[in-house]
Every structure is written in C-alpha cells, then in structure tokens.
Design a binder for this molecule. Sequence first.
Ligand code: ADP
Ligand code: ZN
Length: 760
Amino acid sequence: MEDQHTGQRQLFESQPAWIEDDIRQGTVATVVLPDGVDKPLDYLVPERLVAEVEPGRRVIVPLGRANRERLAYCVAVRHSDLPGTPLKEVAGVEDPAPLLSPRMLELTKWMSQRWLARWGEVLEAVLPAGVRLSRGVRTDPLLIASGTAPKRRLTAAQGAVLEAAATPATAAELAARAQCGRAVVSRLVTLGLLADAGTRPRESLRAAARVPAPHLRPQALSLAQSAALEAILQPLRQSRHETVLLFGVTGSGKTEVYLQAVEETLAQGRQAIVLVPEISLTPQTCDRFRSRFGSVAVLHSHLTPAERHAEWREIASGRVGVVVGARSAIFAPTPRLGLIVIDEEHESSFKQATAPRYHARDVAEWIARSAGVPLVLGSATPSLESFARCQAGEWRMCRLPERVGGSQLPAVITVDLRDPKSRSRGAISPRLAAGIRWALDSGGQVMLLLNRRGFATHIQCRACGHAARCGQCDLSLTLHQPGNRGICHGCGLVSRLPHDCPDCKAPQLAQRGTGTQKLEEQVRGLFPAARVARMDTDTMRARGSHERTLDAFRARELEILVGTQMIAKGLDFPAVMLVGVVNADAALHLADFRAAERTCQLVTQVAGRSGRGSAGGRVVVQTSTPEHPAIQSAGRHDYESFVRHELPLRRALLYPPFGSIVRIVVRAAVEDRAAAWAGTLVERLREAAKRAGLGNNDGFRVLGPAPAPVARLRDRFRWHLQVHGTDGTRLRALVVAATAGLKTPDDVAWIVDVDPVEML
Ligand code: ADP
Ligand code: ZN
C-alpha cells in the first residue's frame, strides 16, 4: 500500500501544474474482507467517520454491484491523493476501539504469506469468536445467511447480555443487567455463546477447576537449572530477543525454570505467555502456574466465547500477568509482553490443522523478535527443527541431563514380539505381565500405553481376508464395545457390524488388533485385584473427567492406568514404578517422514513417567522392530543419539529441517476429478519452476500426484502432491505464481499446507 501511495505522489509531482485542480485529496482506508475477495480494497472515508476509522477496527463497506454491506478489517489508513476512478465510501464503523494492535496487523500479514493463507482468514483466526461478535446494530442478510456462530449477528438484547456476562452473574442477574427476559439468556446458552455460566457464576467455574496442590518454590536450583535460568534472564533484563531451548529429560526441572523466569518477568511489571500442547492434558502444569502466581488466565477449550472475551479483556487491560493456553493463546493481546514459553515444543498440536495452517512456534518467534523478548522452548525430545536451529547457532541450547533430586531414569526392557517366547494370548507378553506384578507387589502404580482406542482395531474375514471398511472413508472400522459398533476413526460414522463377510459371505468375521478397550479387559482379567481405569478420547468426553481420573490415580485409588498418548504427557506421579508400551511400532510405519521421530518422542516421553519416586521404576517396551534406531534410542533414554542418526538422513533427502515442503490435498466426489485437478496443479507447478529457474540444485522436486494415504474421507476422494525445495520463501512464491488466477472447477476443493506436520 505504501509503495502505491508514493508511486502516486511521484506521478502527481511530475504532472504539469494545471492538472493540480483536478486532483482531490482524501482519507483512504484499506480494508481486508474476512472471506470472499482476497485482495485488500481501498475505500474513501467520509468526513463524519474520519475520527473513528483506524487500523485494527472493523468497518462496514459496500461490496460488488449490489453494494451489499460487509464487515471488513481496516488494516491501514492514509491521507492521500485520490485515484481517477472514484472510490466507494466506508458506510460505518463496527468496533468502538481497535481489536488488533499494529503489531498484530503486521503479524497476520506475515502469517498469510508464510502459510499461504488469506489475510482475512488469518485475521479471523487470531481473534476469538467472542471478540469478533458484532453488536447487532445493523442487519446484514449475507452474514445471517452464512449462519455460523462467529459471524452470526446478534440482536441488541443478546449483545447486551454478552456485555453483561463479562463479569460473573447468574442468569437472572444477567437478564436484569441487560434489561431483557431470561429467554434471551437461554437462547445464548443454546447457541453456545454463553456457558451454563449464564446460570452459574464464572468464579464457581474457576473453583470447580479444583484446588491446586501447593507447589513450593524450591530452596535452590540445580546447577543445570541455574544455567538455564540465567540464559533466559540475560536477554529478559536487556530487553532483547533470543530463543533458548531447554533440552532436559523428563523431571529435570524445566517447569521450575519457566516458573522462575516468569516470576522475574512479573517483577519487571511485564506479562508472560506460556503455551502448552493441550490444556486438558496438562492439568499439573497449569496448576503449578496457578498456585505460584496470583493472576493467571488459563485459556482452555471449554471457555465459552463470552468467557474467552472476558479473559481477553483482562489480559489486554494488563491486569493479568500470566497467560497459559494452547496454540491460539499466542495471540493473547498482551500490552506489556516480556516472555514467551512453549512447553513440549515438539508436539504437533502447535500446528493448526485447518486454515490458516500456522505453527505456533514460528508465530511465537516472530512475536518475540518483534517485541524484543526471549522465547523459551522446552522438551525432553525437541523437534528436529529446533535441534537444527541450535546446531546452526541461531538458538541457544541449555541441557538439563539429569533428574532433580538425583532420581535415576528407569531401566528399559525391550520385548521382541517376533520371538515366540514373548507371545501370549493377549496383548500383554509374559515379561510385561511380570513387570506389572512386580510393581503391584512393591506397592507401586502402573501406566500402560497403547495408542489405539476402541476394542479391536479392525474386523477381518478369516476366509477371504476382507476387512470391514467405513462406507464413506478408505479406512477400516474399529470395533467398539459395548454394543458391537463399528466406528470409523476418520469420520466418526457408526455402523452396525455385519454378521457375515460382506465380500465372500462366510460367517467368519474375526476381531483383529488390540485397542485400549480390549487391553483394559485383558488387564482386568490378569490382575483382578487391581483397580484399573482407562484414559482415551472415548472415556474422556465429559468435562472434568480427565482431572477426576488423574486425581484418583494420584490419590492411589487406582493401581493401573491404561491409555492412549493422553497419558504420555507431563504427568508426574512418584508412585509409578512400571510403564508398559504395548505396541511401540504402532506409528512407526506410517507414510510420514516424521514417523520415526514421533515414535522416539512418544516412547521416550512415556518411559519418563516411570520411576520418579524413591522406589525407582522400570519400563517394558513391546516391539517387532527392537533394532530400529527410534526404539533403541528411547530404550537408552538417549534421544540425542536418535537425532544424530536421523538428522543426516533428513539432510541427504533435503527433508525438513533442511528443506521446506508444501503439500496440496485435492478433494472431489468423483475420483477422476480429484486426480485430474492434482495433475493440473503439478503441471502448472513444473512450468512455474521452469520459469523461475528452480531445479535440482535448489532441492526442487514435485512428488505426485498420487492418492493420499487416506484415499477417501467423508465420501470425498483425496489426491495429494508435494513440492519440496531448500528455500521455503522461493517455494512459496512458486506456489503463488503457479496458482495465481487459477479458476478451480466447482466439483473440486483443494487446500495448501505449508510445512505440514500431518501427511495422511
Ligand atoms: P520437568 O518440567 O523437566 O519435567 P519439573 O520442573 O516438573 O521437571 O520438576 C520435577 C519435580 O522436581 C517437580 O516435582 C518439581 O517441583 C521438583 N523440582 C524442580 N526443581 C527442583 C529443585 N531445584 N529442587 C527440588 N525440587 C525440584
Ligand atoms: Zn469414515
């Protein structure tokens, strides 16, 4: 925009003087629409609105031939010469104050380029729905028609109730404050815009989030902890940006380092953002922040839009010092930001799976750099991306190689499932059973990891080998009990299981593969005296169920916890003496170049849950590929040896972190249409590469088109392709050039995923 502006001025200055009378000056607002038009548009700001139109507020603008009114984000305002063709005028101003700071506007623009997303889409994504609600002064047929909650226009009364809900109140109080009937409040609850909080004060919700166990500040930090803290405090005190990676084994005291760095940040009168992979999976981490600091905003997914809006305002006012939350908490509007922490930085949940497909780690780095504050990353198993940045000298690595208090990492026993002696009738080998018995006899607790939920992972015909599949996905059905239901883990569709093979009609359908349900049943059979609970997304649906199960486990009301990767994260239970990994190879052979990295991380992480107490502990890992470097390294608690093995492979293949990948997934109801469009895209990418002079030397290559590993999902066929290159910026420019002005056929949809973490 700026360039265009100077360009016009130069043009004007070179004109003969007599033209001057014809040139008018005025205030021009550049706006970005949340959807539809991709390009920023210029509008004239009428005199009556000049005082109100400013970057970061939303405005109402006429669009198209019909001049339909649309909400749009004002991203820039300038006073300048007006172009020859008259501009349309801004019709109104939506927000009484900017929703986005200049830095956020700059960030969202950068994000749109970094992940090839539309700017408007990014703007919508960084603002919580509750903040984006319009006050409903005007009606807009287009917006009502689109019908989704964030865009829904509210009636004046509904708007007033949401305003009133910013502070705790009962439904009756809310209605009274907003001077409306109770029905308005109930309607908002139905719409999901207000929690039962309408009928329950917010504070009681907070209290219901249970009383945290007090975590006292330790008397003294270990040497490694002190060094790590110093590495953070240096840039913090000098108000400069630096990224520090804490590479510390589980239980090495990383969280304690974050806590003390945050303490110093608050002492400076500044704010800290702490990102965790998923709030419900990291209750202990959240509790420690809550119990150490007074003003903590925990942004979890159960907040209603109104509650989230209220937290947002508290943060923006500067009254809240610490923000703890998952991925999107990075966008919290902290006016006095001093520190950003990302715990478990290797977790793939920091990458958003829907557009805009950003990675919170990269966003955090941008913000920390722009604000001149340190970024702290921590993990027992850092991503190879982060390792490579440290090796390149861009980031600083601090190692915390030992557990605090000198507790030893548990011995790991590997059980080779290929060996007939290690087989048993169920999923638990004799060695694993012996380990469990040892732990129980010693008065300890047990955690068993199996990363597949359901009862049997597939249902197969003994006669012809046919496996029961989802009617609308290319995925086998998982048997769930009770009720003998076949559930598709791709789309969630529940089918009744056939009696006979749908293919050869033989009445010989067999259950194959063990899921957590069956494992739980087997555990109960083998250890009838033990109290067992299962944690997976099936048992953890209800709000609070996660905390309840973990509380029961901590209180020793349970001996054995069976679960998916949910139990692998951040839990600190001193009485756990045995961790069993039932099938370490489950994810090793997926069509994903990160499969080995993920497996090593998962096994290392869950192994670290064992032996935290004085009684010590053991780990039993069941695998069919005990020689695999990912399993070997995890078995020695030596993640770094895996990194030393894996990084050269990635370098040789120019895979991340040594190259960038753009993945395109095409979907269509008719397979040929998906294949044809993927083919068109590949052709255009190759041509564009030729024009841009990108070739082998740049690591440039196109893979595909090919059917995606999940070739059909929700009745849509999926084809994909990948472009690789060493220079991510050039690669993205290439994709933009190749697809600019491309008209997508109506029966095809496609998405672009820059630096994907999920390849299925
Ligand atoms: P990590 O985040 O690396 O898993 P934590 O910070 O959770 O490690 O520390 C593990 C346990 O040790 C926690 O119970 C914590 O309170 C305790 N702890 C951490 N640092 C110290 C220390 N310097 N002295 C004593 N106990 C500590
Ligand atoms: Zn399905």
